[in-house]
Design a protein around this ligand. Sequence first.
Ligand code: ATP
Ligand code: MG
Length: 325
Amino acid sequence: MALIEVQGLTKAFRTYKKQPGFKGALRGLFHRKYEQTLAVKDVNFTVEEGELVGFLGPNGAGKTTTLKMLSGLLYPTSGSARVLGYVPWERDDGYRRQFALLLGQKNQLWWDLPARESLELNSKIYGIEEKLFQRTVDELTELLNVKDKLNVMVRELSLGERMKMELIAALLHQPKVLFLDEPTIGLDVVSQKTVREFLRNHNATKKTTILLTSHYMADIQELCQRVIIIDKGTIFFDGRLSEILDRFADSKLVTISCGAAANCQNADLSKYGEVLERASDSIKLKVKRDRVISVCKALLDDLPVTDIDIQEVPIEDVIRQIFAR
Ligand SMILES: Nc1ncnc2c1ncn2[C@@H]1O[C@H](COP(=O)(O)OP(=O)(O)OP(=O)(O)O)[C@@H](O)[C@H]1O
Ligand SMILES: [Mg+2]
């Protein structure tokens, strides 16, 4: 049985639509107009134990709503889900002890306490034994490089330091399943890297199952072999990250170096593909996938080419194109 099983999961929000102006507001008191937002529509997927899956989608796609349902914070409108055999929104204590949700956009620690005490409170809530708590905090603060920040008030921590503490808080009870909603948002590149490496290592050694959302493609590329892409509440891709290039990238990048530069610089290259860059000694072309071989042949025949390089379009660009559609 899969560790996470989601079937036909749907969430509709009913929001009150205020009519413009004072009259509208008055009218609204008596005849409320509601609008329905289908945030998540008939979503299906399964995740096996130990997988680290990237959950991607543009703003408002339904990622956070899905993670909140899987954490039991929201009831679905219809559909079903099981995580570790539990129905999340039944809020069984057995489930609560085995998963964690980190919302990068939200502060979950006690703001007015030093980090250590805030963590301690979390550990008391879960009834974690003192020794185990100390050991976990020691280990994780070391790995995340925030050991010297334990006595700082949470409100005074930098964004990155706070996020690392949030992560530690989420891991205190050693959850088997982790829902991470933008755990690297707003962090500088160094901290992003630290958190990424930490997560990769944690997933590999503890076999923790992780569902991760991020708008940073570096996170996804470095951590996830599998991605689920959601748009307007509907899943439209679930597969290996590398498959995205095959399915959605219609072009490749061909870069040629030229011996007699002038010949290349003056040549009309539009018949080969779209010219992206023209440097003094090299030219980068975007060429339709199915034409790459014939275009390379033609380039070698027609021009004094000294080197040729074929590459995939960066996955970041492909995802951006998918979202832009
Ligand atoms: N409590 C709510 N009440 C009404 N509508 C909501 C509520 N929460 C979310 N929505 C709507 O549901 C849709 C999905 O929102 P959600 O937060 O799941 O998106 P997301 O994929 O996490 O986006 P982002 O990348 O911006 O975090 C959006 O249209 C949002 O406005
Ligand atoms: Mg979100």
